[in-house]
Design a protein around this ligand. Structure first.
Ligand SMILES: Nc1ncnc2c1ncn2[C@@H]1O[C@H](COP(=O)(O)OP(=O)(O)OP(=O)(O)O)[C@@H](O)[C@H]1O
Length: 306
């Protein structure tokens, strides 16, 4: 069954989700209409090279606006250097915007004093989780620390039991928890990175190419895990990826970035079937060319979406 949702730009040129449910081949993925993340006119410029006025300005994110509904997975695609990671880092609070607004559950992401407001509820998982872990500490310590920080009053033995449970949820054993990051495979490290992110009970995960470095079979397992975690914990995802199959498997809507701007934002199936912006058409057809219709990628992915 075709996707029933419809997203249209409002009179400010901003796309907002307007559906309650996606139905895909008899399976449903519920999400609410409530927007939990609102991004408005977001800009970030980097100044690189040279001295003083000789510096070059790179407008990495250039006036980006969109909403994400609770429980939704929004994919973010675009060529290398289009600004996807910068946008993800801005939303996760790792970078401060030059201008524009990020509002999560009605509250601005930065307070008047320049401090992050959503440290806990928005977490980020990177492609290379190896470098995101401390190489000198076993994995379970690195999950325990954020857990304890955000669960004051929980005894150490209870915290350890909860960390063991988190490892289990992501498909790891207590034995994996005792290893150091380099003693895990890439897929196991991504599972551990997800467990660590979940330790603080986030609501939104920014997933910055979390499966790009994995081989095909491990990638499929992690995508399946992401689907399950989303259902179990009611998570919302901003999913950055190059791989369009993976985006089709996981995402309700997809935003296409080009030179720091979102040039198209649409329901995944309608974007894959009929991209409207010339850059989206070029991007999609450069990956797979089947009579200009990529609907089959979306349909083939339906079995995984759950
Ligand atoms: N810390 C930084 N300092 C200077 N320039 C940066 C910095 N981070 C990103 N850029 C530049 O901003 C632009 C957008 O980069 P970004 O990493 O966001 O793109 P991307 O779409 O995520 O690319 P990729 O898919 O290759 O990861 C690029 O021109 C990049 O070189």
């Amino acid at each position: 069954m075709a996707v029933q949702a419809h997203v249209a730009p409002d009179d400010r040129g901003i796309c907002s989700p307007s559906c309650k449910m996606l139905e895909t081949e008899g399976r449903s993925m519920t999400r609410t209409e409530e927007s939990i993340l609102t991004v408005r006119a977001l800009c970030k410029t980097f100044r690189v090279g040279g001295l003083g006025r000789n510096k070059t300005e790179i407008r990495a994110v250039d006036g980006v606006s969109f909403d994400v509904a609770a429980g939704e997975s929004l994919g973010l695609i675009g060529e290398s250097g289009s600004g996807k990671s910068t946008l993800g880092r801005l939303i996760a609070g790792l970078l401060q915007p030059d201008s524009g607004e990020i509002v999560f559950r009605g509250k601005p992401a930065w307070d008047g004093a320049g401090a992050r407001t959503h440290r806990r509820v928005i977490q980020i998982v990177f492609q290379d989780s190896g470098s995101a872990f401390n190489p000198r500490l076993p994995i379970n310590r690195q999950i325990l620390e954020p857990f304890v920080r955000h669960h004051r009053g929980v005894s150490l033995s209870e915290a350890r039991a909860r960390v063991a449970r988190l490892l289990e949820v992501v498909g790891l054993t207590p034995g994996h928890g005792e290893r150091y990051p380099h003693e895990l495979s890439g897929g196991q490290r991504q599972r551990a990175a997800l467990a660590r992110a979940l330790a603080v009970e986030p609501e939104l995960l920014v997933l910055d190419e979390p499966v790009s470095a994995l081989d095909v079979s491990v990638r499929a397992q992690i995508v399946q895990l992401l689907v399950e975690l989303r259902e179990t914990y009611g998570l919302t995802y901003l999913f950055i990826a190059h791989n369009l199959d993976v985006v089709a498997q996981l995402c309700h809507r997809v935003a296409v970035m080009y030179r720091g701007k979102i040039v198209e934002l649409a329901e995944a199936e309608s974007l894959y079937r009929q991209p409207t912006h010339p850059y989206s058409r070029m991007l999609l057809s450069s990956v797979l060319t089947v009579d200009g219709d990529l609907g089959h990628v979306y349909r083939e992915a339906a079995g995984v979406r759950g």
